[in-house]
Design a protein around this ligand. Structure first.
Ligand code: ZN
Length: 535
């Protein structure tokens, strides 16, 4: 006869006294109450828009083991990289199994540490960085941990591995990154469950930043009557779905910000809010980062596409981001007319021979040997670009002289900003169609700007990336080369009146004057944007 624990994962946890890898009881009362429904949810499609340190890791792995054991489903469980996967299996999953006789009895040893056999089902743990990882196995259930830190193209290949299964389960967990990417894309196809709490005056609502916190007194409040919310009230909530599960919304979705974690205080949330905004939004609030000027849209870049054919005359400048592969763009004063990636330097050598006056600006740090060999092979035509991150000089671009000839120093963050501003102002023509330039634009959507106060209390901005951004740098290097070798009169430097206003001007000595940093990094916060959760 079936026992309750055969069909209920929570009964099974109780009956077998399952503990965490640290030997602590897996409990769902008190401040962990909000974890109970996500834990017992066995919906085929699930998405968790979660903050960091919310306590999901252990329960997800117990859930995966139980599903393999009771439902006889094969599972692929991915992490962003193989390294992370190995650390997680050895540091968390193996100790969890060792700490629980009930789990230990289920898991049969295999030769491969990263493959657990449970009855006749398998759980395979994998990185999600290479195509070879995605085609090795098939499964009934795909679990993607830290989805938004994984390579999404590889994730898509994993998902195609579900085709053989009738079930096609997908469980996605991650802090979000940007709107409509990764977990946030799935969240929009979910029933969107929010943790609702109730104040002393019987108002029921979910917590949000900053309205649910009294910033002066540093405690949680009801958004409707401003009465203080106790920690007890905050943790005694219930999950409320905004939508019904439907064909359009197949995912059971949970939004798990740190606001609902009873062990995190209002003061801690306020302190987090003063740091890096990307981290605050994605890791603390569990929200995609939506600050307008701090990220680049596909359109910002693609609106620069023009059908004109570039005659490829005049000085050609090649911008090269080294590494494996090597990424490059080719352009002149009429615009950028070619881009590609290559495994070795042969295609670049061919370009330098085909355009005998072409110059190349090449990243000096990615491939120390290759970049210097190119400079020796084409004397006077190849410049190694050195990014400076701390601004010791107000010069945006400094060309080396004497011993430093063949080098150019560039203020990294301000130069990236300049290129983005020029794209936004339609000043960098891309010869071709939007399809031709889509992959270039995509790299621009992988970067975001953060602003933090430095030791002197002055706000400083920097551009960081969460995925491949090679074409961003190839274009920055091209733009550096154009600042010296692209004569005026072309489309890129159309005329001074439109060009000078917002951007550094080209000085007669071919160096650029320093722009007003305040203007480049507009510090004023954008108007409060619509919360994507508001009705
Ligand atoms: Zn109230």
């Amino acid at each position: 006869m079936l026992k309750l624990s055969d069909i209920s994962i929570t009964e099974w946890v109780k009956e077998n006294q399952i503990v965490t890898d640290a030997g602590k009881t897996l409990y769902f009362n008190g401040d962990r109450k909000f974890l109970f429904k996500p834990f017992s949810d066995l919906s085929p499609k699930q998405v968790h828009l979660k903050a960091a340190q919310i306590g999901m890791s252990t329960i997800q792995i117990v859930k995966a083991l139980w599903v393999a054991y009771r439902m006889n489903l094969s599972i692929i469980y991915t992490f962003p990289t193989k390294d992370l996967m190995q650390k997680y299996v050895q540091g968390k999953i193996d100790p969890l199994i060792d700490a629980n006789p009930a789990l230990k009895a289920l898991v049969q040893s295999t030769d491969n540490t990263y493959q657990k056999r449970i009855g006749s089902a398998n759980i395979i743990f994998s990185g999600a960085e290479k195509e070879s990882q995605a085609i090795a196995f098939s499964a009934d259930v795909l679990i993607h941990d830290e989805l938004d830190s994984s390579k999404l193209a590889i994730i898509k290949q994993f998902q195609s591995r579900l085709q053989a299964s009738k079930l096609k389960w997908q469980w996605l967990f991650s802090h979000p990154s940007l709107p409509e990417i990764g977990v946030h894309e799935a969240w929009q196809k979910s029933n969107q469950q929010h943790w609702f709490v109730t104040c002393d005056n019987a108002h029921e609502e979910y917590l949000s930043w900053p309205d649910s916190i009294n910033l002066e007194e540093r405690y949680f409040i009801c958004k409707k009557c401003n009465v203080q919310l106790t920690d007890q009230q905050r943790v005694s909530g219930r999950w409320v779905a905004k939508y019904k599960i439907s064909e359009q919304r197949p995912f059971s979705g949970y939004w798990e910000p740190l606001l609902i974690a009873g062990w995190v205080t209002a003061k801690e949330i306020i302190d987090y809010s003063k740091g890096d905004q990307y981290t605050f939004y994605t890791r603390v609030l569990g929200l995609p980062y939506t600050q307008g000027g701090d990220k680049v849209n596909l359109k910002d870049v693609l609106k620069n596409c023009i059908p004109d054919v570039n005659d490829q005359e005049g000085r050609i400048v090649i911008g090269v981001d080294t590494g494996l592969p090597i990424w490059y763009v080719v352009g002149n004063k009429q615009g950028i007319f070619y881009k590609d990636s290559c495994k070795d330097y042969e295609p670049l050598k061919a370009l330098m021979r085909r355009y005998p006056t072409a110059i190349m600006v090449i990243d000096q740090g990615g491939d120390l040997i290759g970049s210097r060999q190119m400079r020796e092979l084409f004397p006077g035509r190849v410049f190694l670009c050195h990014y400076l991150k701390d601004r010791k000089t107000l010069q945006l671009i400094t060309w080396g002289v004497n011993d430093e000839t063949g080098n150019v120093r560039v203020d990294r963050n301000r130069m990236i900003q300049l290129v983005i501003d020029e794209f936004r102002d339609k000043r960098i023509p891309l010869n071709g169609t939007e399809d031709d330039w889509y992959d270039v634009a995509l790299h621009f959507t992988h970067i975001y700007r953060t602003t933090e106060e430095n030791a002197l209390g002055v706000p400083e901005s920097k551009w960081e990336r969460f995925d491949d951004d090679h074409f961003v740098h190839a274009i920055v290097y091209w733009r550096v080369g154009m600042s010296r070798f692209g004569q005026q009169g072309g489309r890129v430097f159309m005329n001074n009146t439109t060009y000078m206003k917002e951007s550094p001007e080209i000085m007669p000595d071919q160096e650029m004057a320093a722009p007003d940093p305040k203007r480049i990094f507009d510090m004023s916060l954008p108007e409060k944007e619509d919360d994507w959760r508001d009705e």
